[in-house]
Design a binder for this molecule. Structure first.
Ligand code: PGA
Length: 251
């Protein structure tokens, strides 16, 4: 059984004060009612210390939005998995489309990051997804296949506890356009088959999240799909009410 993972990616949003306010409100709602789903929030690095304090003893895990592959060294602007561990970080988002398309991260760099995070004992959340142009040219499966094969090259011994994949069609991120639940399911099923080729039957225990304009209104129908095991939420994760409603959607 795969336990749903409801993940928030705050991107470059929230000061420490705003992060504390979020958790005051969100944790108040969680006290009223929890459901059997895992929760992860990936704040900016600058908020990790305050967020680690806030989530202590709660069901919320922390994520980071990127990480370097080396434990330390001359890598200006980077943060290592070892540093993230100081803040009880469990998950690290790698290969987000904004890293790929705005900052030019290649599959090769992404693979280094995945390996570094994985070998440090943190859980990579590897993001894959096609652009609108690629979808319209009928290349969705090819793009996703390459991103998976290249991103996971050299990784072995994975389990449902140590790897997460997120399918985020680039055309659906921050645009208000969501893939229909069936469009998403089709790609999720393809990803699971690919994971089976790479890792064998353990693929059935690996969670595959959907991301791209997830909101309280569409989360329920997305989560109903057989190969969708959670969501990676950007915009709507900034609002404690909305993120809570996504967490409980369909329950
Ligand atoms: P969005 O972002 O929910 O704002 O579309 C999703 C993501 O980029 O992870």
């Amino acid at each position: 059984m795969r336990k749903y993972l409801i993940a928030g990616n705050w991107k470059m949003h929230k000061t420490v004060k705003e992060a504390k306010e979020f958790f005051e409100n969100f944790l108040r709602k969680l006290k009223e009612k929890t459901v059997d789903r895992e929760i992860m929030i990936a704040p900016p690095f600058t908020c990790l210390f305050a967020c680690a304090e806030a989530v202590k003893g709660t069901p919320v895990s922390l994520g980071a939005q990127n990480a370097c592959w080396e434990p330390k060294g001359a890598f200006t602007g980077e943060i290592s998995p070892e540093m993230l561990k100081e803040f009880e970080v469990k998950y690290v988002i790698i290969g987000h489309s904004e890293r790929r398309h705005i900052f030019g991260e290649t599959d090769e760099i992404i693979n280094k990051r995945v390996k570094g995070v994985f070998s440090a004992g943190l859980v990579p959340v590897l993001c894959v997804g096609e652009t609108l142009e690629e979808r319209e040219a009928g290349k969705t499966f090819d793009v996703v296949k390459t991103q998976l094969e290249e991103g996971l090259r050299g990784i072995s011994g994975v389990s449902g506890e140590t790897l997460v994949i997120a399918y985020e069609p680039v055309w659906a991120i921050g645009t208000g356009k969501t893939a229909t639940p069936l469009q998403a399911q089709e790609v999720h099923q393809f990803i699971r088959e690919k994971l089976k080729e790479l890792f064998g039957e353990v693929a059935d225990s690996i969670r595959i999240l959907y991301g791209g304009s997830v909101k309280p209104e569409n989360a329920g129908s997305i989560l109903e799909q057989p190969d969708i095991d959670g969501v990676l939420v950007g915009g709507a994760s900034l609002d404690p009410e909305k993120f809570y409603d996504i967490y409980t959607a369909g329950t």
